[in-house]
Every structure is written in structure tokens, then in C-alpha cells.
Design a protein around this ligand. Structure first.
Ligand code: NAP
Length: 284
């Protein structure tokens, strides 16, 4: 069993972005990422801080817009509009979910597709569907990058994704399909979940329930990717997979923390770099 080291793979990706950023800076271009955070959710604050730290590391300019939970929909959309217009901002991300009363989808659709470094805008989602895209969503793309780094082929494999969110489950399934996996998506209405997951050569858990995937749900020798960022009964960070009991059945498994999480941020850096290049008409 090999524990996939997301930290290590993400460092390699960030190093590459850092080098390319230095080349861009030499041409007078500094990629800029705007991060919007509404309200004071502590988990969102941690995610935003990590994203800002990564920007600093690779040499981007990051600008944070921390707004109170009382911000109106119009104020938020006006801010997005201003950022869409600014030439020094190449990527815009709004930390989701937004506080009650604000519409996540309206904000996603307001962000210019050219600056949509999360790849959530329906124009980008559609482009991913047909396999002709500029940006891929950060978590699924980060997972694919990890699989590539460990030479894990998807071609012809039985892939099972638990979860069908627009952010993780659905695009994850699509990326596995693009690489010729035979993909099944499971969700809360799936019958006989265990029977399906036990057939998976590659099992991706994006459920949001601590230690949901137990050893009896996993095939011997499977590759298990844990997207979950949950808290166990003691309030400790854990994933959707019961790591201690599952790991010995796997050929590869990602830990939490140190697996998918760092890859998500590294991919965000890649997307922002790409946005800066495209907006400056640098095609490679
Ligand atoms: P989500 O929108 O809540 O989606 C959860 C999915 O799990 C839904 O599709 C739901 O089915 C399914 N589900 C719930 N209970 C189930 C059950 N008993 N059996 C089978 N499926 C079930 O969550 P998300 O945004 O995709 O995130 C999933 C997890 O990943 C969370 O822990 C989140 O914190 C984490 N996450 C981590 C990263 C990272 O960078 N590491 C990034 C994003 C998310 P229905 O559709 O039928 O309700």
C-alpha cells in the first residue's frame, strides 16, 4: 500500500507555477487573484488564508475582499463587476458557500468566464463536458494530477465516485471519463452502495461524512481518493474514508490532511497563471 503524498505533488506543481510566474514577471506581467470572502465562517477563513499563502509563494498578487455577512446581493455583484473590469486582476474566486440570503449561483454566473479560475461558470462547465476547456475545477483536476504523478492509469478501469456535487462529484466523473474510465456516480439515493463501491478499481469519496467509506466497501487493491474534509467525534480533521481500517486493502490511498486538499490549492495557482497568460495573449 502506498500513501499518496498530496503535499509533495502539490509542491512540484507550485514550484512549476513559481518558475513560470518569474518568467511572466520578467515580461512585466504579475498574475493577480481576487479572493472574496463573505461572512465569518472559520473554515472558509482557513481556506482563504491558505490560498493567499500559496499566491505569495508562487509570486502572484492576491487581493482579499472580506465582506460582512450583511452584504447585499447587489453589493456583491457590483464588486464582481468591478473586478471583471480590472486588468490587474486575472482570476476571481468567491469562497462558497455564501451566507444565507446570498445566491451562490448568481455570483458564479457574474464572474467573467475568462477569470473563473474555479471553473464553476456554466460556460466553463459546458466546455469541460465536451473536452475543450481552459480551466478545470481545482479539486477534480488536482486529483487527476495526483494520479498522473503516481502513474495510476484510469484507462478501462472501473471508477466509482460517491457524491454528485457540481464542485467535486460531477466534474470528477467527467475527468475520469475523459481518461477512458468506466464511471459510476453514486449519491444519497443510490441503492446497494456497497455492492457498487466494492467493484471500484478507483474509488473517489466526496460525501462530506466522516469515515463514511468502511473497509467492507472497498475492493482489494483499489485506489482510494478521499476528498472529504470532515471532523471526527473528537473534532479532529478527518476524511470521508475510514483511513486506518481501509488503508491495508488499498494499492494507493490519499490521507486527510495531506492528500487532496493541497492539490486543490496548487491547481488554483495553475488556473490563475493560465488566466493571466490568456488575458495577455500568451498561448503555449
Ligand atoms: P456536497 O455538495 O454536500 O455533496 C455531497 C454528496 O454526497 C451529494 O451528492 C450527496 O448525495 C452525497 N451523499 C450524501 N450522503 C450520502 C450517502 N449516504 N450515500 C451516498 N452518497 C451520499 O459536498 P461537496 O461540496 O461535494 O464536498 C464533499 C466533501 O469534500 C466535503 O467533506 C467537503 O468539505 C470536501 N471538499 C474538499 C475539498 C478539498 O480541497 N479537499 C474541496 C471541496 C470539497 P445527494 O446529491 O443525493 O444529496
Amino acid at each position: 500500500m502506498i500513501i499518496i503524498d498530496g503535499k509533495k505533488v502539490s509542491s512540484t506543481v507550485k514550484e512549476q507555477v513559481k518558475n513560470e510566474t518569474a518568467e511572466l514577471k520578467a515580461k512585466g506581467i504579475t498574475p493577480g487573484l481576487a479572493v472574496i470572502l463573505v461572512g465569518d465562517d472559520p473554515a472558509s477563513r482557513v481556506y482563504v488564508n491558505n490560498k493567499k499563502k500559496a499566491c505569495e509563494y508562487v509570486g502572484f498578487r492576491s487581493e482579499e475582499f472580506a465582506l460582512p455577512a450583511t452584504t447585499s446581493q447587489k453589493e456583491l455583484l457590483d464588486l464582481v463587476e468591478q473586478l471583471n473590469e480590472r486588468e490587474d486582476i486575472n482570476g476571481i474566486l468567491c469562497q462558497l458557500p455564501l451566507p444565507e440570503g446570498l445566491d451562490d449561483n448568481a455570483v458564479i454566473e457574474a464572474i467573467s468566464p475568462l477569470k473563473d479560475v474555479d471553473a464553476f461558470h456554466k460556460q466553463n462547465v459546458g466546455r469541460i463536458m465536451i473536452g475543450d476547456y481552459d480551466f478545470l475545477p481545482c479539486t477534480p483536476a488536482g486529483i487527476m494530477e495526483m494520479l498522473h504523478a503516481y502513474d495510476i492509469s484510469v484507462d478501462g478501469k472501473n471508477c466509482v465516485v460517491i457524491g454528485r456535487s457540481n464542485i467535486v462529484g460531477k466534474p470528477m466523473a467527467m475527468l475520469l471519463l475523459h481518461e477512458n474510465g468506466t464511471v459510476t456516480i453514486c449519491h444519497s439515493r443510490t441503492k446497494n452502495l456497497k455492492e457498487i463501491t466494492s467493484q471500484a478499481d478507483i474509488l473517489v469519496a466526496a460525501v462530506g461524512k466522516p469515515k463514511f467509506v468502511t473497509a467492507d466497501m472497498v475492493k482489494d487493491g483499489a485506489v482510494v481518493i478521499d476528498v472529504g474534509m470532515d471532523r471526527d467525534e473528537n473534532g479532529k480533521l478527518c476524511g470521508d474514508v475510514d483511513f486506518e481500517n481501509v488503508k491495508d486493502k488499498c494499492s494507493y490511498i490519499t490521507p486527510v490532511p495531506g492528500g487532496v486538499g493541497p492539490m486543490t490549492i496548487a491547481t488554483l495557482m495553475k488556473n490563475t497563471l493560465k488566466a493571466a497568460k490568456l488575458q495577455n495573449k500568451i498561448y503555449d
